[in-house]
Write a protein that binds this ligand. Structure first.
Ligand code: LLP
Length: 432
């Protein structure tokens, strides 16, 4: 199986984290997201251990909650000792409601509305990752009103091309995030922050992209960042306590994707950092890393019911399911590849090649093309693997389709993490 938390039981049913997913579909209905909480915790621990072993003292991981955001995940992150990256007051509110400490939050985003800046400062958010001069001015003003000093990191663009999908590459000079180093704007920005009374700059941030399969882009970005730090140090005497290298570690969606040695990557990143800092004669900053996908992707699956099979001889075979782009827009957006199977026929060979169609009135509403599964009939449980990241968090109500429930499994038990949206929920905001 693609991930070690997936097995098949004697009945020939798919199991996730030791729980029969066919039974979950019967109990909770479909479509259904299922998350393996133990796997989420293991992923946090693996990451923390590698960082502890290979990175400077004080280095820490921040879970990028955009990958999967619901109240329960913040409880898990708190218990696992993770800090979190948030990108909106909505994520902030969710985290606060789950009693996640504001001090351990890093507020990202290239376009934070004034109201959200004020809200975050009043909530006591630990760090802002500043993305624009306008934002800096607002932070300084609100922190001043509170008679507080707000800690910030500055997001810069190291101009690294990652060869990932262009919609998820974020480190190039012309991207909407961050301040470019090359143009001299980042250096000027730091000088401005240093002149502010109510803001303290603790570090620098960059994020080169997402779903990256080798450590090269991170090492290249590190080199650029360390050069930049040395340049700023020589001119201002300021040196960062933290260097935040963002997220982006790729995960396996299909058997063709490489098996990655994440610990080895972190070790190489650590070596590169020490080497580059020694060469430039600057103090070694602690590293922050922001894994999102890595923490939750392989912990999740989505179970659908097959609603019908349509064969157009010589053209196409469609297997239609009761969900689609509303619960997983990633094929529609990025042509993202997934592994699928019929959970109730998991032991049978995958002899059928098809296009998996969602239910929306939109030809592009597909979950995949050229997908191999067991021979399907209506009522089978088509299951998509590795859907823990950027599925629920990117779900919508297009066509007024209610969002699925999310169930978590742990120690062989299951519990509801997010209840299914009802029709009443769908009209809750409408005035009649
Ligand atoms: N830090 C920053 C500043 C980010 O922008 C992101 C992701 C992360 C961390 C986490 O990256 P990860 O470790 O998950 O790769 N919706 C797309 C992915 C967009 C990623 C956005 N930023 C997808 O479904 O592939």
């Amino acid at each position: 199986m693609l991930h070690s938390n997936l097995t098949i039981n004697n009945a020939g049913h798919l199991m996730l984290g030791g729980v029969d997913v066919v039974e979950l579909a019967v109990k909770y209905g479909t479509p259904l997201y299922v998350m393996d909480e133990q796997r989420i915790r293991e992923n946090c621990r693996l990451y923390k251990k590698a960082m502890r072993e290979h990175l400077p003292h004080g280095s820490k991981p921040l879970y990028a909650s955009k990958a999967l955001c619901y109240a329960g995940i913040f409880k898990v992150m708190k218990e696992e000792g993770m800090a979190v990256d948030i990108v909106s007051a909505g994520e902030l509110y969710t985290a606060l409601r789950a009693q996640f400490p504001a001090e351990n939050m890093y507020f990202h985003g290239n376009s934070k509305p004034d109201s959200e800046i004020e809200y975050a400062i009043n909530a006591g958010v630990g760090h802002f990752v500043v993305d624009s001069m306008e934002e800096l001015e607002k932070i300084d003003m609100h922190a001043g009103r509170k008679r507080a000093i707000q800690k910030v990191l500055l997001r810069v663009t190291p101009n690294i091309d990652t060869h990932t999908h262009k919609k998820i590459a974020t480190g190039t000079i012309d991207c909407k995030f961050g301040t470019p180093i090359e143009t001299g704007q980042a250096e000027e920005f730091i000088k401005t922050i240093l002149s502010k009374k109510n803001v303290r700059i603790d570090g620098l941030h960059c994020h080169v992209g997402s779903q990256i399969f080798d450590e090269q882009p991170f090492c290249q970005a590190l080199e650029v960042m360390v050069d930049f730090i040395a340049q700023v140090y020589s001119k201002t005497g300021w040196t960062p306590e933290y260097l935040d290298m963002g997220g982006g570690f790729g995960v396996r969606y299909t058997e063709e994707d490489p098996v990655l040695d994440y610990g080895g990557w972190i070790a190489k990143i650590g070596e590169k950092l020490k080497e580059a800092c020694a060469e430039k004669g600057i103090p070694v900053p602690a590293l922050l890393l922001e894994p999102g996908r890595f923490i939750v992707a392989d912990a999740g699956i989505t179970i659908y019911s097959v609603t019908g099979v349509k064969e157009i001889p010589g053209h196409a075979s469609y297997v239609a399911v009761d969900g689609g782009m509303t619960d997983n827009p990633r094929y529609a957006l990025y042509e993202a590849k997934y592994t699928m199977l019929l959970a109730n026929k998991a032991k049978k060979p995958k002899t059928y090649t098809c296009t998996v169609a969602g239910r929306c009135c939109e030809s592009g509403d597909l979950l995949g093309e050229n997908i191999a599964i067991q021979k399907p009939v209506k009522g089978d449980l088509l299951t998509v693997l590795t859907t823990g990241a950027y599925n629920y968090s990117m779900a919508s109500n297009y066509n007024r389709v209610p969002r699925p429930a999310m169930v978590a499994v742990k120690d062989g038990r299951d519990f509801l993490a997010v209840r299914r949206e009802s029709y009443e929920d769908l009209i809750a905001l409408d005035t009649l």
